[in-house]
Structures are given as structure tokens and as C-alpha cells.
Write a protein that binds this ligand. Structure first.
Ligand code: ATP
Ligand code: MG
Length: 416
């Protein structure tokens, strides 16, 4: 017996309608915001993520699924969606086309994490990226797309926003952070000691309780923003207000990926604890350049589909049940069963959701099965019916039956 790998999950046929529901609403939302789908490979060259996600991020330092392929190339399974979208944007010269380039994706993502509720090694993201627009209006547009999705899904969430400035103003901030953390270094976790040296901003993203306590009093990036970044943040807030999206400023949000500039945001469910961040994103004006493209401003976000589903489940959001068959065709024996098969094929050809027995059950057992799968009608074809060219149709809700000619079957069920 071979088991599923740790940190992964099967989506069973009986549960997949919930996923489809979320994915359909994600696609619907994307369409509403004029976002077109992009599909990129599940794996990319490792270097893309090292440069794109950043080599001081947790993802790159600890979480990537990296392996050598048979051609001795270092390959990594996508840990997130932005780097691949940016690679494609550059490689396909989308920057020379009509801007902004607005796109979305639904992808599996892979991170070697400690599995727990809402934290998997293979998980799924709905992501949005908008390339080419530098104004704060577009940051608000990204937030609005996420907000629309979450509302359509019936989730109660709080939006937290922050600005982490640009490389210019962040330099002074990093100095201030280092000065603040220096006397606390001994009490910080092992990782934070490295972060202190390599990327002090990362210190604020630590999830260790001890580090979090120290972080609470750390200087705030918002106090260090340069004039341009401050104006951008003010405009961003103003656009959110115009769109009627309420927000709270959380000066501790820095995000787990290295590529962000200026705006960062997170949507947190108010109903679950630890893994409550269902959606997160921000602006990444330096990433395209970093990956070899022409300087291009960009903003995006990603929502974790498993987390959305957990929150929906925990808050009792009603997910519509999948459709059940309009009609179940019950054949009595040999010839009748063949007729049922033939009729079933004709009904499906004409778009009627029909099902029939595959298990050689008795008519009685077929009725029981039809009831179990929620068939609205059961059409019995027995010897008499076959001779008459008819079927006996039972409405499973009312219990009423009527005789219907086989030649009228398609029209009859098309209207049910
Ligand atoms: P966290 O702080 O929870 O580790 P993150 O900052 O690493 O999250 P992002 O890289 O921003 O997360 O990914 C966007 C979204 O994807 C998250 O808000 C979350 O909903 C989801 N997500 C991230 N990692 C996982 C995971 N291991 N399992 C399930 N969902 C995840
Ligand atoms: Mg993480």
C-alpha cells in the first residue's frame, strides 16, 4: 500500500464540486476585472525563483522542491505564481504590447513546509498580476479584485495594508531596524540572526513568539517613507476609500517574498486563527528588471484556495450542491436494458443529464440507487413498455407516474 506524500491532499470526486465552485467564482471575478488567464509550466529553472522570490526569503532558503533533471539542469516546482508570470511576460515581449497586461492564474504551488491545517506542501493559488501601470489606482484595483472575490465567496475578512517603500527609503529604514534589533539579537531565533545580517526587513515577518514580541516595538517603515512613496501610499488609501473598501494599516506586514516595493496587503479571515491569511499581495516594481526585462511596474496578489475553503467551511458558507441527474433509466432485463442504453445515449446527445445502471441491479435496487444519487425522474422500461415503445416515468419528488412515448423522451426531459 503506497500512501499519499505528507502535506498533500486528494480532492475526491465527492468533494471536487467545492473546488470548482471557488474556481468558477475566481474566473468570474477575473473576467469582471478584464483579467485574462495565463498558464505557465509547473516547473521552472531554479534560478528564476532564487532571483525572483529572493534568496533571503523562507521560500528560497528552506521551502523549494528543487531537483536535477536527467539533463543535469536544476529545476524547481513552482513555490508561487508571480515569478513564472514575470518570466513569461518578459520572454513573450508582452511589455511591447498593449499595456497594462492584466492576467490571472489558478495553479498548484509547492513548498516544503511543516504541514498543518491550512499549510500544505502542495497547495493551490488563484493569482492576479497587472503589469505596466505604476499609479496607486492599480494597487487599489488589485485589492478590489481580491475583495470582490472574497465577498462573492461569502467570506468575512479584514484587509490590512502597509507600505514597505522603495530601495531608496528602505536603506535608511534597514539601518534603523538594525539599530533597534542589535541589543535584542541574543534573544532572536536562529533564522532572525541571519535575517539581521542579510535582510533586516525579514525580521518583521518572523512567526516565532519570542521574535514577534520584540518586533512589536520595532520602528515602522511608514515613518521612513520618502516623499514619493508616502504620496503613493496616501493615494492608495484614497482609492480604496473611493471604492468603498475598508482597511486597517498594519505596519508589521512585510510579506514573505523579497520582491515587493511600496504597497503590501493581506486579507485575514476574522473567523480562523493561525492560518487566517487567505490572500496576500503587493506591488513589485523592481522584479521585472531584476529578471532581465525592461523596467516595468507591476502589482498582484495570490489567494490560497485551500484556506478559502477552510474558512468557508468553518463559517458555514453554503456551497451549492452539484447537479444531479434529470433522469435515471431503469431497464428491466436484456432487451429493455439495451433500449435504456440506447435512449440514454440519445438523451445525452441532446444535452439531457441522464444516468443508467452499470451494476446489473434489479429494478427495485435501481430505484434505490436512483434515489441515492438524487435523480429527479426514474424512467422504467419493462417488457410492456418496450412493446408499446414507451417508458413509465416516475417523478421522484411527487411520486406521480406517467406513460411517455420513447420518441417524445428527448423533448420531455429537455423541459424538466
Ligand atoms: P504564510 O505567512 O501563511 O506562510 P506566505 O506569506 O508564505 O503565507 P504567500 O506566499 O503570500 O504566503 O502566498 C499567498 C497565499 O497562499 C497565502 O496567503 C495563503 O493563503 C496561501 N498559502 C501560502 N503558503 C501556503 C501553504 N503552505 N499551504 C496552503 N496555503 C498556502
Ligand atoms: Mg509561508
Amino acid at each position: 500500500m503506497i500512501n499519499i506524500p505528507k502535506g498533500t491532499k486528494d480532492v475526491l470526486p465527492s468533494e471536487s464540486y467545492k473546488w470548482q465552485y471557488v474556481e468558477n467564482i475566481a474566473r468570474e471575478t477575473a473576467e469582471l476585472f478584464h483579467l485574462k488567464e495565463i498558464r505557465t509550466p509547473v516547473f521552472e529553472h531554479t534560478e528564476l525563483f532564487q532571483r525572483g522570490v529572493g534568496d533571503t526569503s523562507d521560500i528560497v532558503t528552506k521551502e523549494m522542491y528543487t531537483f536535477k533533471d536527467k539533463g543535469d539542469r536544476s529545476i524547481t516546482l513552482k513555490p508561487e505564481g508571480t515569478a513564472g508570470a514575470v518570466r513569461s511576460f518578459i520572454e513573450n515581449g508582452m511589455g511591447n504590447g498593449v499595456l497594462p497586461a492584466k492576467m490571472y492564474y489558478i495553479i498548484p504551488a509547492f513548498r516544503y513546509e511543516r504541514p498543518q491545517a491550512g499549510r500544505l506542501r502542495e497547495f493551490h493559488q488563484f493569482g492576479v498580476e497587472i503589469f505596466g501601470a505604476k499609479g496607486a489606482q492599480t494597487d487599489a484595483e488589485a485589492v478590489l479584485a481580491a475583495d470582490t472575490l472574497l465577498k462573492k465567496l461569502g467570506l468575512k475578512v479584514q484587509l490590512y495594508i502597509n507600505s514597505i517603500g522603495c530601495p531608496a527609503c528602505r536603506a535608511a529604514y534597514n539601518q534603523a531596524l538594525k539599530a533597534f534589533f542589535a541589543p535584542h539579537l541574543d534573544g532572536l531565533c536562529y533564522d532572525c540572526k541571519t535575517r539581521y545580517e542579510k535582510n533586516p526587513l525579514r525580521l518583521l515577518d518572523c512567526k516565532e513568539e519570542g521574535c514577534k514580541r520584540v518586533n512589536a516595538d520595532a520602528p515602522k517603515m511608514l515613518d521612513y517613507l520618502c516623499e514619493a512613496c508616502k504620496a503613493h501610499f496616501d493615494e492608495f488609501k484614497n482609492y480604496l476609500e473611493l471604492a468603498g473598501v475598508s482597511y486597517e494599516i498594519d505596519p508589521r506586514i512585510v510579506r514573505g517574498l523579497d520582491y515587493y516595493t511600496r504597497t503590501v496587503f493581506e486579507f485575514v479571515s476574522t473567523s480562523i486563527g493561525a492560518q487566517g491569511t487567505v490572500c496576500a499581495g503587493g506591488r513589485y516594481d523592481k522584479l521585472i528588471e531584476e529578471l532581465g526585462g525592461n523596467p516595468t511596474p507591476a502589482v498582484g496578489f495570490a489567494a490560497g484556495i485551500e484556506r478559502l475553503l477552510i474558512v468557508m467551511q468553518q463559517t458555514g458558507v453554503d456551497i451549492p450542491q452539484p447537479k444531479t441527474p434529470t433522469v435515471y433509466l431503469a431497464g428491466m432485463d436484456g432487451e429493455c436494458r439495451k433500449k435504456a442504453f440506447e435512449l440514454c445515449a440519445a438523451l445525452r446527445r441532446n444535452g439531457v443529464f441522464a444516468e443508467l445502471d452499470h451494476m446489473e441491479r434489479s429494478v427495485k435496487a435501481q430505484f434505490k440507487y436512483a434515489d441515492k444519487i438524487g435523480a429527479k425522474f426514474v424512467a422504467v422500461i419493462g417488457g410492456n413498455e418496450l412493446a408499446e415503445g414507451a417508458m413509465n416515468v416516475k417523478n421522484m419528488a411527487t411520486g406521480e407516474s406517467e406513460r411517455v412515448a420513447l420518441e417524445d423522451a428527448v423533448v420531455y426531459f429537455q423541459n424538466k
